[in-house]
Design a protein around this ligand. Sequence first.
Ligand code: FES
Ligand SMILES: [Fe+2]
Length: 382
Amino acid sequence: MNAKTPSLIATDALQKITAPLSQAWTLPPQAYTSCEIFAAEVDSIFSKDWICVARIDQVKAPGDYICADLPSQPIVVTRDQQGQLHALSRVCLHRAMPLVEGQGNTTRLVCPYHRWSYELDGQLRSAPMMTGVEGFVESAQCLPELQLEVWQGFIFVNLDPQAQPLAPRLSGLLPLVSNYAFSEMQVLETIEYDSPWNWKILVENFMEAYHHIGPHKQTFEPAYPARDAEILDNEGQPWVFLKMPGGHRVTVEEGAFPALTPAQQHDLIAVCVFPTLLFGASAAGAAWYQLEPSGVDKMRLKIHGLYHPSVSGEPRAEDRAEVAAMLKLIHEEDIAVNRGPWQGLQAAMTTQGRLSLFEQGIWQLNQLWASGLGLKKPNHSG
Ligand code: FES
Ligand SMILES: [Fe+2]
């Protein structure tokens, strides 16, 4: 436990969070609404944990780059001319102008303000009109670089230079997802939302199927009933795996995801790599939810439909439109149950609530959150 954390959450509230599932409660309202708690999350979670910022297929060719925003650091992921990936601060070393936005392909990162230009590994190459500035050596200046690791085609970065590798911490998750061949998937279509609520509301919503009986009663519930869903034991590792069996209710198209087992062909899965990588998959396709929290009450959400080129072939415009429409339909059902609780959490009389046994995923997330903030020791998933 670090020195500043005891005051973040009252002792009795923490006991309710960390109690065994059948006795457990949700996080208290201030966990979602307090700027102090968000600042602690930035320091202890977003600056220490591995954060997914891009897919490998988004930076395939030398010169490709894509921007992403950690809560405390704008970054750019590049692939240099030697094929090496880099995660760099995208803040200019001169007077802090962001160097680029979006994604593209380039030979250099050129600051739009005074045209300082950087190689794709972050090395400053040239700075115009700096002759005579004492002690200024271009070759001695480099954009700060973050640790980078690729897991199943997802590019993760870590602001902590001492962070241990990610893959060993996901050893229990790998066999559960390996048949889906995420490494070979590509982004097909992306839809974006400004989501003016706390990031944990969306993560919790993604990791429970209990609400299929509410907003998704016409969409998910008939195929993947809330009552059949199960959360697997994560053995205290930083992931949550939600299995939603479809059984005979789900008809599998010929040729989709051939490596899946017969049971997997009928299931929907949802996965969180704590804190903010969310992805889901079925035999019909996959989706990646990319969250970029920028404050206690705001987040940019990019929902990417993923496809498998070796199975689906070259996508057509109508395939993209169909995927975008499906992602939009589902997310718009979820928006109501993100916005509503966000309003409810501000209310004076709102307190912690009891968790259903069908919300074990939220319970696991809460343990990871409390451990990440140093409020409790990491432990088994219970
Ligand atoms: S701020 Fe980038 S060159 Fe001046
Ligand atoms: Fe949902």
